[in-house]
Design a protein around this ligand. Structure first.
Ligand SMILES: [Zn+2]
Length: 179
C-alpha cells in the first residue's frame, strides 16, 4: 500500500522456517495494522500473527473479527485500539492477550514488527503511549522470548518522530541485552 516494497517480517518468517524454526510468532506493535503480513499468513497455522494497532485507522483492516481462515483460523489475533490509547491499556494487552497467545502457540522463534509510531509524539500516530510505555511493552516481549528460551528478532517498521524512534530502538536493544 505504498510504505513497503518488500515485507521484511513476512520474508523473515519464511526464511526462519527454511532454517528449521517451524513455528513463528509475529508480534506487531506498529500503530498501523499489518495488512500485508496478515494476508501472507491468513490461512497458515505455522505463523501466528499478533497485532495491536489503532482502529479504525489506515489501512482500514485489523478488526478483532479477523482471526484467520481455513487452516489458519485462530492464528491471527488482532487487538484494535482506539485513538489516544495510553500506556496502561497497552501494557494490559501485552501482559494478557500477547502473553496468553504466545504461550499457547509455543513458537520456535519470535519476530517483532517494531513500529515506534505508537509514540504520543509521532506525527502519524494518534496514540498516547510514552517512551516508558514502549520500554515496558518491549520488555514484556523480550522477557517472554527469554522465558521460552527462543530467539528473538526485532525488525524496524514505522516511527516518524526521530527522537522517539531512536529512544524506542535504544530501549528495545537494552531490553534484549538485559533479558
Ligand atoms: Zn506504522
Amino acid at each position: 500500500m505504498g510504505f513497503c516494497i518488500f515485507n521484511n517480517i513476512a520474508i523473515g518468517a519464511r526464511k526462519a522456517q527454511s532454517l528449521g524454526f517451524k513455528k513463528v510468532y509475529i508480534a506487531d506493535f506498529d500503530v498501523h495494522h499489518p495488512n500485508g503480513t496478515q494476508h501472507a499468513f491468513y490461512e497458515d497455522d505455522t505463523v501466528f500473527l499478533f497485532s495491536t494497532h489503532c482502529y479504525p485507522y489506515y489501512p482500514g483492516t485489523g478488526a478483532k473479527e479477523e482471526i484467520g481462515f481455513g487452516k489458519g483460523l485462530g492464528y491471527t489475533l488482532n487487538v484494535p485500539l482506539r485513538a489516544s490509547t495510553d500506556d496502561k491499556t497497552y501494557i494490559e494487552v501485552y501482559e494478557n492477550n500477547f502473553i496468553d497467545s504466545f504461550k499457547a502457540f509455543k513458537p520456535d522463534i519470535l519476530l517483532v514488527s517494531a513500529g515506534y509510531d505508537l509514540h504520543k509524539d509521532d506525527p502519524l500516530g494518534p496514540m498516547n503511549v510514552t517512551s516508558e510505555g514502549i520500554k515496558n511493552i518491549t520488555n514484556i516481549i523480550t522477557k517472554a522470548a527469554k522465558e521460552l528460551n527462543i530467539s528473538l528478532i526485532f525488525t524496524l517498521e514505522g516511527g516518524y518522530n526521530y527522537d522517539a524512534t531512536a529512544k524506542g530502538i535504544l530501549d528495545s536493544i537494552e531490553n534484549m541485552v538485559n533479558a
